[in-house]
Design a protein. Structure first.
Length: 153
């Protein structure tokens, strides 16, 4: 089966197995309608998943890519082999952040000062929205932090 991928303004993507046409999908912006442009034809669902993963991966900043690869070293081989069908960049970032948290690269929440509480509202009480009441947040990802993590491994 050949899948056709059309990309629209604002990142909307339409995938069909019978070819795309302007009537299939359109993204409306302001006063005009932008129709999709056929980006590529892909043979099979696995190839489609690879295409979408690499499109998202290549749109990430190099620092974030390096951070994810540092925190998930086994990912490099999967990317090299093209075995990325079940991966999502957002999920990989969550996994990297969980590993960073477990390694202890945290700091006191700058919003609540480590109390877990901030201003009161009717729905959530005094829970700090930055740390979620946990009193700590992850350190900011920088080149220096990535080098420190690499050194500690």
């Amino acid at each position: 089966m050949v899948l056709h991928v059309e990309e629209y303004e604002h990142g909307h993507i339409y995938i069909s197995d019978n070819g795309c046409s302007k009537s299939d999908y359109c993204a409306t912006t302001d006063d005009k309608t932008q129709y999709g442009k056929l980006m590529t034809s892909i043979d099979g669902a696995d190839e489609c998943a690879k295409y979408l993963f690499f499109k998202a991966w290549n749109s990430e900043k190099p620092l974030i890519q390096e951070y994810i690869l540092t925190m998930i070293p086994e990912l490099q081989q999967r990317i090299s082999n093209g075995n990325v069908q079940n991966l999502s960049v957002n999920h990989l970032l969550k996994v990297a952040n969980q590993r960073l948290y477990k390694m202890g690269y945290t700091k006191t929440c700058p919003r609540c000062g480590g109390t877990g509480n901030y201003s009161f509202n009717q729905m959530y009480g005094t829970t700090c929205f930055k740390c979620g009441g946990k009193k700590i947040v992850l350190q900011t990802v920088t080149k220096k932090l990535i080098a420190q993590i690499k050194k500690s491994r």
